[in-house]
Every structure is written in structure tokens, then in C-alpha cells.
Ligand binder design. Structure first.
Ligand code: NDP
Length: 588
């Protein structure tokens, strides 16, 4: 599609105007955590918390986090021959985000064959191209059973403190349930988007109706289940706050079942084609050893701009691959900045045109059009979301001109001067970023000589490959820092778990007591990250506010390996086999 200079300038101007009217001086601090007086929003609706005896034993390894990162780590540690593994999670069972999020309509928008890990090991083939949440959660449980990870597991338990004992060469692990036990290895995989957050709306605590967050869906109130049928809402006026990836999946069900639904939108999402269907016969026919790895590698290669002869997944993620490189690192694109911008305009024009095609009321259609670059916000996919706004019982309330909802009252929600009286408010307002794990400050880590890890990182993050730090032996972290990022983050977690498994396997085989990088190795890796990290600061600062850009205040910091995940995984594989790994093993 060709754009005239005038069209280009007017799109740029429109994007700037839309961004500026959403900017808030309070940025990231506008939200409220689901703690303290709002702690009830975070209680576990799925599993009853039961009292238990504190544990004081010794295990081979402790894995903090029972989502896919933790499960993959547990599986690889098991394959490395460790016997006593202790999985720990604040949830009541395995599954991570799929444990908590069970809202109606929940699906994963990345193809199941590449998203759901260890399919071959568990012997499972997903039923749908984009899997429903419950199928994914059950798969998490199946992984735990397959690798015998329930054995010493502690649920509804939070690790508060890790202390390295240099004489014994093991960690002392302390939890909020009074546990104090010993562990030779510790793996931290506590997730990036874990703590539900609420909007900073004046009067939020005064609302007298029913209310909950999407990650703690209240089926006792709404009736139905993850497939819908919310019969309890037939006589209810329901508000949903937020229009991100979660709301896109929830709204069709609420629209179908509520007496009246008000959707409070601050920024519209881009809503692209979904086209979900049962897993293709062609995929089923190709299920043989290596089938999943082939698809995963192909997807990662295509979306990060690597060389692939064929696009096996062939969906809207792979179709927009080049636009994702503005956000995610990858091999350098052959396109110039300007060509990328034009491709972005074309894709967003298609997404806006789809709104016009589907929505019958032109005024509503205008409100639903997103005006920003494709990767400014998490892209979403649905064939049911937009048509919901053609229903007579659904009202879209656009709040952008008012910086979001004005306030809440005992009976409803106010935008500008208009109050919308409702019986129930569902917050689809997302999660705090990076609130779990070491960087959250909620987990105290003391390494050799009692040194706190923040002291070691006083002048910046220091690791080798993102996994290990000097002075903190046998401690491994998962996550994107100093490591890789990708839209299918489970693939990154998979490679991370493989790497940790290989390190532990090597240490066990050689009888090494410690796995630990030298200060020099950390320095060298930090220099590599500094030299290669992709600079997305300018792109992010031109984006409409959201959690991707710290609510309009992007951090001048990019800490993943610039050449992208394919190159990074290759680097790790070489490092594991060229003798470098041995330099981390210590027998003293
Ligand atoms: P998001 O953070 O993406 O969305 C929060 C929503 O709440 C936004 O629309 C935001 O508006 C709105 N909001 C916040 N404050 C206010 C306010 N004061 N007034 C009105 N609206 C407000 O959360 P989600 O739960 O939707 O998604 C979080 C992430 O979870 C996704 O980005 C994705 O990574 C993951 N996810 C993945 C899925 C998958 O299929 N793989 C499915 C669902 C979620 P604004 O945009 O203006 O800030």
C-alpha cells in the first residue's frame, strides 16, 4: 500500500495526539496493588488454604514458581538425575498464570503446538489451534505428574529469604509458612506478570456492588464456567474496566449473558483475526519424534526475522513478524525505519478497516479504532469481540478524553459527568510488571559472606547469561534480563531450563560443589549486553501509554541479548560444548 506524504504526516500527527491525551503525570504509580485493603481481590478462589507443619528437611533442588518456567526447570533437573525436588508456589497447584486466570473465554493466543511445552515428553497433542486455558492448565498438571514434581511440593507458600552457607555448599530457604530447609540448588522462576493490579480510580473502595479481578473470576456470582453460560448475570448490569488482551476474551461472554454490559475503554486494543479451529489433520499426520521442536524453532525463527524456508504456523503473529522487531530483538531487518513505519501503518489501517466492516454504528466504530504503532500495545486476536458491540445490551464507554474513569460511587462508575449504575464491576486491568522474584525486593537473597544480591548489583545487573551471579553459587534465575525475549516466552523458558539442567548435570557428573561464574565472566557478559542490546527507547517513547512502556515513561534500559533468541540459543549451545561450561564448576 502506498501512502502519500500527507497521509504519513496525518497518521503520525494522529498517533501523537492520541498518545498525548492519554499521558498521565502519575504514570506507573496510578495503579493500586491487590494488597492491604484490596487484598481480597487476590485471594485464591480455586484451592482452599490448609494449615500444615513447617518443613525443616534437605532437598537437592528447590524451584520457586510452579508455572511453565518452574515446571520446565523441574523436568530438566529430574532428567539431570536429581532425586529430591521441591517445587514452591503461592498458588494452590501448578499452572502459574493458567492456575490463576480461569475467566470465561480464556485461551492462549499463541498456537498451542508451540506454546504448550513438553508435548512430546508428555505424549499430548493439543485439541485446538489456540488452546483454551483449562486444557493448558491440565497440561501443566500433566507435566508435574510426568516428572514426579508433586512429591515435595509446597503450595500456598512464598519464599521470603535465601541464604548461602559456604561451608555446607547449600542454601537455607525460608518461607512465609515457617519452613526453614536446606537445598543444594535453587531455581527462581516466579514470573513477570503475577500480581493483579487495580486502577487508581477515586472512590474505588466505596463501590457497594459486587466486584472482582479477571484473574480471580467469581463463578459463584456469575454462574457458568470457562466456556461461558454466565446465567447468574441475566438480571445484572455489569461493568468491565479495561480492554486489553484479557478483556478481549471476556467481553463476548459478558455481552451474551449480562442483562446489560458497559465496557469502559481507555485505549482500544488492536483486534486482529483469530480463526481458531481444531488442530489441523496435517499437523496430526506429522506427529513423530521432533515434531514440536520443529514447529517451535520455526515459529521463533520466523517471528524474529531469521532464515526459514517455510512458515509452519502461518498466523497473524508470523504475518506481522517484521513489525515485532520494533519491540523485540532479532536479526537486523532488511527494511529501513521508514519502510517499517509504512508497513506498520498498513497493518494498523487493515485493523481499523476491520472495525468499520464489523461495527454497524459509525460512532462506536470510531471509538474502537486503535491509533498507535502495532507493537505499542499487546496485539489481540478475536472474531467475537468486535461484533459484541453491535448488541443492543452492550454499551461502549470511551474514557480517553477523561484520562480513564473519573471516579466510582457506591452504585456505579462515573465518566465525565455521567454515572453508569451497575451491580457488578469486573476489573480487567492487568498485572504489575516484574513484582515477583529478586528484583521485586520481596525475596531477600544473601550470598557468600552474607552479601545481599542488591549490593552485588549496586551498579547494575551482573550475571553470566542472565542465569547466575558471582557470590551466589548454585542459584539460577529465569527471565528476560541479560538473556532472550520473544513473543512466545515459553520457548525462552524452555531453553533456559535446558541450560540450567545441563549445568547441574555437568556439576553432578563431575562432583562439583558449586556452579558459579567469575567476576570476569560477569563483566564480559555485561559488556556483551551493553554492546548489543536493542535500543527501543525512541520507539517506546512515541507509543501510547501502557505497561509495555512503563505507562509512557520508558526506561532507558534494554537488557536482553540484542541479536535475538535464535543467536542467543546458538551461543549457549556452543558455550556448553566448547569447554566454557567447565569454568563454572568448582570442587572446593
Ligand atoms: P492489560 O494491562 O493489557 O490491560 C489493562 C486494561 O485496563 C487496559 O485496557 C487499560 O487501559 C485499562 N485501564 C487501566 N486503568 C484504567 C482506568 N483508570 N480507567 C479505564 N481503563 C483502565 O491487562 P490484561 O489482563 O488485558 O493483559 C495483560 C497481559 O496478559 C497481556 O498483555 C498479555 O501479555 C497477557 N495475556 C495473554 C493472553 C494470551 O492469549 N497469550 C490473554 C490475556 C492476557 P490502557 O490501555 O489505556 O492503559
Amino acid at each position: 500500500m502506498a501512502f502519500t506524504p500527507h497521509e504519513i504526516e496525518s497518521l503520525r500527527a494522529r498517533y501523537r495526539t492520541e498518545r498525548d491525551r492519554r499521558a498521565r503525570p502519575d504514570g506507573g504509580s496510578q495503579y493500586r496493588p491487590t494488597t492491604g485493603e484490596f487484598g481480597f481481590y487476590a485471594t485464591d478462589p480455586w484451592t482452599e488454604r490448609v494449615e500444615r507443619e513447617a518443613v525443616t528437611d534437605r532437598v537437592d533442588a528447590t524451584v520457586v514458581g510452579g508455572g511453565f518456567g518452574g515446571l520446565l526447570s523441574g523436568a530438566r533437573l529430574r532428567q539431570a538425575g536429581l532425586q529430591d525436588l521441591r517445587m514452591i508456589d503461592e498458588a494452590g497447584d501448578f499452572g502459574g498464570t493458567w492456575y490463576w486466570n480461569r475467566y470465561p473465554g480464556i485461551h492462549c493466543d499463541i498456537e498451542a503446538t508451540v506454546y504448550m511445552p513438553l508435548l512430546e515428553e508428555v505424549g499430548y497433542v493439543p485439541k485446538w489451534r489456540y488452546a483454551p486455558g483449562d486444557e493448558i492448565r491440565q497440561h501443566a498438571v500433566a507435566i508435574a505428574k510426568r516428572f514426579d514434581l508433586y512429591q515435595h511440593a509446597l503450595f500456598h507458600t512464598k519464599v521470603t529469604d535465601l541464604r548461602w552457607d559456604d561451608d555446607a555448599a547449600e542454601w537455607t530457604v525460608t518461607t512465609d509458612r515457617g519452613d526453614v530447609f536446606r537445598s543444594r540448588y535453587v531455581v527462581l522462576s516466579s514470573g513477570l506478570l503475577t500480581q493483579a493490579k487495580l486502577p487508581g480510580i477515586p472512590g474505588i473502595a466505596e463501590f457497594g456492588g459486587h466486584t472482582f479481578h479477571t484473574s480471580r473470576w467469581d463463578y459463584a456470582y456469575t454462574g457458568g464456567d470457562q466456556t461461558g453460560g454466565l446465567t447468574g448475570l441475566a438480571d445484572k448490569r455489569v461493568a468491565v474496566v479495561g480492554t486489553g488482551a484479557t478483556a478481549i476474551q471476556v467481553v463476548p461472554h459478558l455481552g451474551r449473558d449480562a442483562q446489560h454490559l458497559y465496557v469502559f475503554q481507555r485505549t482500544p486494543s488492536s483486534v486482529d483475526v483469530r480463526d481458531n479451529r481444531p488442530t489441523d489433520q496435517a499437523i496430526l499426520d506429522r506427529v513423530r519424534p521432533g515434531w514440536q521442536r520443529e514447529r517451535m524453532d520455526n515459529f521463533l525463527t520466523v517471528v524474529t526475522g531469521g532464515q526459514a524456508d517455510v512458515d509452519l504456523i502461518d498466523d497473524r503473529w508470523t504475518a506481522t513478524a517484521k513489525l515485532q522487531r520494533t519491540f523485540l530483538a532479532g536479526t537486523p531487518t532488511e527494511l529501513t525505519e521508514e519502510q517499517l513505519e509504512l508497513a506498520d501503518f498498513a497493518t494498523m489501517n487493515d485493523i481499523r478497516a476491520r472495525v468499520d466492516e464489523v461495527i454497524t454504528d459509525p460512532a462506536v466504530a470510531e471509538m474502537l479504532k486503535p491509533w498507535y504503532r502495532y507493537m505499542c500495545k499487546r496485539p489481540t486476536f478475536s472474531d467475537e469481540y468486535l461484533p459484541t458491540f453491535n448488541r443492543a445490551n452492550v454499551t461502549l464507554v470511551d474514557t480517553s478524553g477523561h484520562g480513564g474513569i473519573t471516579r466510582m460511587t457506591p452504585t456505579g462508575i462515573v465518566v465525565g459527568d455521567t454515572e453508569y449504575e451497575v451491580d457488578c464491576v469486573v476489573f480487567a486491568t492487568g498485572f504489575e510488571v516484574g513484582i515477583s522474584g529478586i528484583l521485586s525486593g520481596n525475596l531477600q537473597v544473601y550470598g557468600r559472606g552474607g552479601k545481599h544480591i542488591f549490593e552485588h548489583w549496586a551498579n547494575g545487573f551482573r550475571t553470566l547469561h542472565g542465569f547466575t551471579s558471582h557470590g551466589f553459587p548454585n542459584l539460577f534465575q529465569l527471565g528476560p534480563l541479560h538473556n532472550a525475549r520473544a513473543v512466545n516466552f515459553v520457548h525462552i523458558l524452555d531453553e533456559q531450563a535446558i541450560h540450567i539442567g545441563a549445568l547441574v548435570d555437568a556439576a553432578e557428573k563431575r562432583g562439583a560443589r558449586r556452579i558459579e561464574p567469575t567476576l570476569e565472566a560477569e563483566d564480559a557478559w555485561s559488556a556483551t549486553i551493553d554492546a548489543t542490546a536493542a535500543d527501543s527507547y525512541r520507539f517506546q517513547s512515541e507509543c501510547t501509554p501502557g505497561y509495555y512502556n512503563n505507562e509512557g515513561n520508558p526506561l532507558p534500559l534494554n537488557v536482553s541479548f540484542g541479536p535475538g533468541p535464535i543467536a542467543f540459543h546458538e551461543l549457549l549451545r556452543t558455550w556448553r560444548t566448547d569447554g566454557s561450561l567447565e569454568q563454572l564448576l568448582w570442587n572446593d
